[in-house]
Write a protein that binds this ligand. Structure first.
Ligand code: AMP
Ligand code: MG
Length: 437
């Protein structure tokens, strides 16, 4: 049998980041920068006021006090907008709004609240130090400075910054395009009436959602019957348009296992028994240069296999480190058994408990329900996959094991569990964790 790590290594050796391309900001959202972005402009682009108030020469208001305000003639009114204001002569003030260009000669802005707000002349009640309430050109980003390094995930703040430095089309790794293809003559599309022996195709929806959560653009091809011609046609119909294909079903040892039948000996596709539970039958390889992941058909196996093998591959394709799901160390709250020689992924809920059973420091993992490879409720109710190493067959209560955090909002789980700012997160990718007690 192949180990989980060997199978993943073989996959990661075969996939590469998508070819960089310039994309508009809306398309770039959620993508990874493919190259450093340097500023061609300064940010701010010009000296401007940080306040509504009056542009002055600091020396002119140095003596101003509440009891003896300094009065200056107001010679200009400068709103935010295009154009260059006239230089400010000594002994004068210009009314100025936030973001408006500072007139040459002015070296401070007196905020409106320190004045009488006058339009013809203004009484200033406090002195203003040089530079007060002035945003200097380039103080956020200097021309030529590194704005965002390659490898940055482009989220809302990054989009805002790119726009601010006038980069309309940053270089990105485009989202991988993934075809999701479910096989099974028994499958019908969700929402349809079921005849005898038919089941709803849940995999294509679940896997498509997982791929979208992992940053892919998904094309779903549902319910391909277990006929070699139909499968071959469906597969070759998408190969030219996608960066990866994920299939489910048809990879075990039975008759009518169409994926295995068609793809054995095609390209570099290989089918292996992987030493894991659930999800033992796995296949992977390149067909016409396109990575094909053939996941088992049982719904929990398919989704867990996705998390272990497809997610890291998609991370690499997006230009990210192929780290897979975030990993934490948890305390086992229920005695568990696990088959020898297989890495078991137990669908668990997480609780935060102290020794007295009340909320406290330890994150405790307990099975979230039936662990059969066909049972999805436990996966839907789980917050993590507890990893029981190959050499462990009995896990006592209190054992410390690694777990993979599930869910698009695992960041939210992390912070809810209080993990976000602790050092207990295990970022290692090692296969197993020793049991401490
Ligand atoms: P297979 O690997 O094709 O033998 O499928 C294993 C089990 O998973 C069988 O019980 C199938 O009916 C079930 N299964 C296969 N594909 C799907 C699917 N797309 N949605 C839900 N269940 C499926
Ligand atoms: Mg099948």
């Amino acid at each position: 049998m192949t180990t989980v790590d060997e199978h993943l290594e073989r996959i990661l050796a075969a996939v590469a980041p998508t070819r960089p391309r310039r994309a508009g900001l809306e398309q770039a959202h959620g993508c990874v920068l493919a190259a450093d972005v340097r500023a061609t402009v300064a940010l701010p682009g010009f000296d401007n006021s940080a306040m509504d108030g009056y542009a002055v020469r600091a020396a002119d208001v140095a003596e101003a006090t509440e009891d003896a305000p300094t009065t200056l003639p107001v010679v200009d009114d400068i709103p935010a907008g295009p154009g260059t204001p006239a230089p400010l002569e000594p002994g004068t003030a210009a009314r100025i709004m936030t973001g408006a260009p500072l007139p040459r000669g002015a070296d401070a802005v007196v905020q409106l609240e320190w004045t009488d707000g006058g339009r013809e002349s203004v009484a200033v009640r406090r002195p203003a130090g040089r530079g007060l309430h002035i945003r200097r050109a380039g103080e956020d980003v200097a021309p030529g400075a590194l704005v965002l390094p390659a490898g940055t995930v482009i989220g809302s703040a990054q989009i805002g910054l790119l726009a601010a430095v006038n980069v309309a089309r940053p270089p990105v790794h485009p989202r991988p395009r993934v075809a999701v293809l479910s096989t099974g003559t028994e499958l019908v599309e969700v929402g349809s009436p079921l005849g005898a022996g038919q089941i709803v195709d849940s995999n294509s929806h679940g896997i498509a959602a997982a791929a979208r959560e992992a940053g892919a653009v998904v094309r779903r091809l549902a319910g391909v019957p277990d006929e070699p011609d139909a499968f071959g046609k469906a597969l070759h119909g998408v190969l030219g348009d996608v960066d990866a294909v994920v299939t489910t079903g048809g990879v075990s040892v039975g008759a009518y296992d169409v994926v295995k039948e068609v793809l054995t000996g095609t390209g570099s596709v290989r089918f292996d028994q992987v030493a894991m539970q659930p999800g033992k039958p796995q296949g992977f390889g390149l067909v016409e240069g396109v990575p094909i992941f053939t996941l088992p058909g049982n719904p929990a196996s398919a989704l867990i296999s996705f998390e272990l093998f497809v997610r890291p591959a998609l991370q690499r394709m997006r230009g990210l480190a192929a780290t897979g799901l975030p990993r934490i160390v948890v305390t086992v709250g229920t005695e568990l058994r696990s088959p020898p020689g297989r890495r078991t992924f137990v669908r668990v809920g997480l609780d935060r408990l102290g020794d007295d059973g009340r909320p406290g420091p330890a994150t405790v993992a307990r099975p979230a329900g039936g662990q059969g490879s066909h049972q999805l409720t436990s996966l839907a109710g789980a917050q993590a996959l507890l990893i029981v190493p190959e050499d462990v067959t009995e896990v006592p209560v209190g054992a410390r094991l690694s777990a993979l955090l599930l869910g698009a909002d695992s960041g939210a789980i992390l912070s809810r569990m209080g993990w976000a700012d602790t050092d207990t997160t295990d970022k290692g990718t090692g296969p197993s964790e020793p049991i401490a007690r």
